[in-house]
Design a protein around this ligand. Sequence first.
Ligand SMILES: [Zn+2]
Length: 277
Amino acid sequence: MPELPEVETIAKDLRKMIAGLTIAEVKVDYGKIVGTDLAGFAPSLTGRTIGDVGRIGKWLKMDLDSGFTLLAHLKMTGQFVLEEKPGALASQWPAHARVGFKLVGEGVEKTLFYLDIRKFGRLRVFDQESLTNYLDFLALGPDPLNLNSDRFHKIITSKKGRLKQILLDQTLVSGLGNIYADESLFAASLSPNRTTDSLTKLETAHLLAKIQAILTEAIEFRGSTVENYRALDGPGSFQDRHQVYGKSGKPCPKCGQILVKIRIGGRGTVHCPACQT
Ligand SMILES: [Zn+2]
């Protein structure tokens, strides 16, 4: 599932490649992705010009000139692909394309396809009021890149549980998933099994510094391409820098002991029992 660096990369690519274009036509091939208001989805977007594209946690946020906002969550296998050849919306769609947007500008016609193999992704259009209500409902925690160590310590220790599970709770901190939680805990030498009430301020400050450094570096490398993630302008390469994620049974890069995979809250977690305490 795309996490903060992957969604940030997709947002950057979308901003570069489609901001300023107008949505001329929308076709939906699989209604569940656009929610209950299938009939209202295309009309609420058609004729609107795309403004800024950003990110809230793992959600993509596309502003439209009408004051409306398109939110997209890619879940397991969602992907945006841009077809530069005119007429693509009316031609054969790419495999697993579920929604298509014909975009036009001065002398330009492109088609943005939303692809989703497993079809868990979500695209939703909101006016300003319903966007506020929906974000209240999601109750996303702050972005880890915008946190200071005092606030992070308060948030992390506000809920009892194992550290790994707490880091994945999007209502506490939004944007981290399995890859960056495992990598950050390894970098901070903290066991994913630690209970949050045992953490000192020094430990949480160290962890936040590692989370921020890893996320920033991962954004520079366009995210991690494991399974099917790929941004519009190409895949990521941060997977080549992973220290522990996907490496159970291999030697720890710090101490040489074998990395072990355990399950915490139903999620596979790779760690070094010797280094991470
Ligand atoms: Zn180790």
